[in-house]
Design a protein around this ligand. Sequence first.
Ligand SMILES: NC(=O)c1ccc[n+]([C@@H]2O[C@H](COP(=O)([O-])OP(=O)(O)OC[C@H]3O[C@@H](n4cnc5c(N)ncnc54)[C@H](O)[C@@H]3O)[C@@H](O)[C@H]2O)c1
Length: 448
Amino acid sequence: MPEPNTTADVSVIGLGRVGLPLALSFADRGLSVIGIDNDPVRLSSLREGTMPFAETGAQELLERVSASGRLSLSERVVDAAGAKHIVITLGTPSFSHIEIDMRDIRSALDDLLGALRPGHALTLRSTVAPGTTEFVAGYLAKHRDFQVGEDIYVAHAPERIAAGRFLEEIDSLPCIVGGVGARSGEAVAELFSVFQAPIVQTTPVQAELAKIWANILRYTHFALPNLLMMDCERYGANVFEVIELVNRDYPRGGLAQPGLTAGTCLRKDFAFSEERSNAPGMLLAVSRVNESVPLFLVEGIKRRLGPHAEHAPDAPRATAGEPTSMNLGALAGRKVAVLGLAFKADTDDERDSLAHKLIRLLERELADVVAHDPHVATPTASFEEAVQDADVVVVAANHHEFCDPAALATIAQRASADCLVVDPWNCWGAGQVFAYTSELAVLGAAKA
Ligand SMILES: NC(=O)c1ccc[n+]([C@@H]2O[C@H](COP(=O)([O-])OP(=O)(O)OC[C@H]3O[C@@H](n4cnc5c(N)ncnc54)[C@H](O)[C@@H]3O)[C@@H](O)[C@H]2O)c1
């Protein structure tokens, strides 16, 4: 294989939640690494030795790697060509047109084009729509006349880790490599062989499909109990009891639990299939189910709180000719504590979290919303401040701190008398999406 004239082993472009732990892990295995990001705040945080986000074990890893001198940092994408291997871990959101937005990838390719030499190996680690790896290879062939797979290598090696488990899963999850042409797969497998995980070679499009369909499976898996939760409200049934009936001692069960299903990956990866689907709309419907959970919770709260005091049936009514007062909804002026802003339990990642959508919907009902999250960087009220005198408490993310029975006891003590507790996660095992603190106290006593 040709070797480019380089000074480092690997460059990682995009030091986000995927790229940064990966760059640190390469350096920890003894490779010399160039980490590239165009966010100066992120780079200065790294230069000071501070992780810009939470990832289990990553702070210690950063300190170890910083001391080793094996990681250098740059803001310029073109500097990535100083390593034989170039790994792209840039964000790939979807447009509202249900189509991949690959502007960051295109921009990085354009920056790199003039600097690429025979022997360079380009790995797309970002999640991409089917066909993107072949597009990238075609782009290099078109603009630089490279024989991809012979004198330069391009492969998709999708990241499949879950946030918070990177350092554990990088050595255990099979690493899928879909190389273009004869030798790209082999070149990229050589890079990832520094980890202990098995490497599985396939075609580029199969690697792309395997990645997005893993997320489509999860997104759909959680949409089913979410739809069932909404159906149960209509039929006056208890979703947790129905799920238990489905699953108990039934070999073909396996229905998941409801919740607020979102996050950057799940919320957009389905769009990469949907953009040219054989069943257009099917996965969009899955998305609409998950996206409608916040509205379902708000409507459920409104139904239980009943009409606003000023509009209760016995409230004085305007007589003919008198100006009518504004029609305030059930939530107007009521204090609602939202527990959790992150998109899932025990992470500080708020991107594409449905908690924010829930808050927006509550605020549109003129509720007084106070949020608390012990994990995220966004400043929030303390737990005690949030639940103090609350009329409603909603568990939006099932962080372990909330699932402690002591948290429920604090709510019962501090919230307003008979506060409505909304817990689609079944954090406290009460088995009720909507319940008043008095009902939860009875349940707690029964369990004790
Ligand atoms: N977050 C996850 O858990 C996860 C898991 C699996 C796969 N993925 C996929 O991995 C990819 C990256 O996701 P992420 O969560 O790490 O994204 P991210 O937004 O956290 O990271 C992207 C980084 O790239 C930087 N950047 C953007 N444009 C740049 C440019 N032109 N030049 C240099 N740097 C630039 C940003 O500053 C940011 O630090 C996405 O395709 C995502 O779908 C993410």
